[in-house]
Write a protein that binds this ligand. Structure first.
Ligand SMILES: C[S@@+](CC[C@H](N)C(=O)[O-])C[C@H]1O[C@@H](n2cnc3c(N)ncnc32)[C@H](O)[C@@H]1O
Length: 252
């Protein structure tokens, strides 16, 4: 093995903190403005009541959950939302604070979505929550209850949660010649582990692939109902097939 010192990791939130400095460079071709416009077109075509003003005339609130460097904050603001970002990585949020394309300063929260105490500090409910770039794939099956519980807590009544989602790995182990990516199947669970060599050590990023019926079942335990599963023909230059999933919060 030629891997450098392995940085001790306790989960994907630690991975992104270690990877933050390289993230923008690695994903520099992502067109966040086009992704937001594309989601908006898909939502409109599916008849989702996404961007309506509130009865008091104020703009609907939107939380970008797992906002990372905050690329999507400005474009969602341009669509008429009162936008906030949340991420567990202080280094990602530091980039989000200073990124020139993010528009006027936004409220940014540093919190771990799996930790109810850290979510409690927000003291706000959102009309819309979005998670871009396979956020749900970052969580193990045993974490999904805590994840949906926090999302439900953060949502206003009649709120909507939209997230892109890869239902299965898009490469097979046989295709993998990079040496950094391995696919593991344990029981019914499938994961991709990507090993990154950074300047100060090696870090692993883990993606879990959940069955959509499992997501539907677990989210329903937290008053969230999967309303739409839309196919997302890729218009950006990221690999993979994706769905755009929309879940709604039951009325209390
Ligand atoms: C795949 S990146 C996506 C970033 C950004 N949305 C984008 O599209 O470029 C996932 C983000 O989720 C954050 N994250 C991972 N686990 C988290 C957790 N438990 N709570 C809050 N944020 C988390 C990471 O720090 C990272 O910024």
């Amino acid at each position: 093995m030629t891997w450098q010192r392995k940085i001790r990791m306790t989960g994907n939130s630690d991975f992104f903190e270690a990877f933050a400095a390289s993230y923008c460079d690695y994903y520099r071709d992502v067109d966040a403005g086009e992704a937001v416009r594309h989601w908006t077109r898909l939502l409109r075509a599916a008849g989702v009541n996404w961007a309506t003003n509130k009865v008091d005339g104020t703009n609907p609130t939107l939380l970008d959950l797992g906002c990372g460097p905050g690329w999507h904050l400005g474009p969602w603001g341009d669509q008429g939302f009162d936008v906030c970002g949340l991420d567990s990585s202080p280094s990602m949020l530091e980039i989000a604070r200073s990124h020139p394309g993010n528009g006027p300063p936004k409220r940014l929260y540093c919190a771990n979505i799996l930790n109810p105490a850290s979510i409690g500090q927000l003291n706000q409910r959102f009309d819309r929550i979005v998670s871009h770039f396979n956020f749900l794939n970052l969580f193990a099956p045993q974490e999904l209850d805590a994840l949906f519980d926090s999302i439900s807590t953060l949502m206003a009544p009649k709120g909507l949660f939209a997230f892109d989602y890869s239902p299965k790995p898009t490469i097979s182990a046989a295709d993998d010649t990079s040496g950094i990516e391995t696919i593991k199947t344990e029981g019914t669970e499938r994961t991709i582990v990507r090993r990154w060599n950074l300047s100060d050590g090696t870090v692993d990023e883990i993606y879990w692939f959940h069955d959509i019926e499992q997501l539907r079942r677990i989210s329903s335990r937290h008053s969230l109902c999967v309303l739409h599963i839309l196919n997302w023909p890729l218009s950006d230059n990221l690999p993979g097939t994706r769905n755009l999933i929309i879940a709604g919060k039951d009325e209390p």
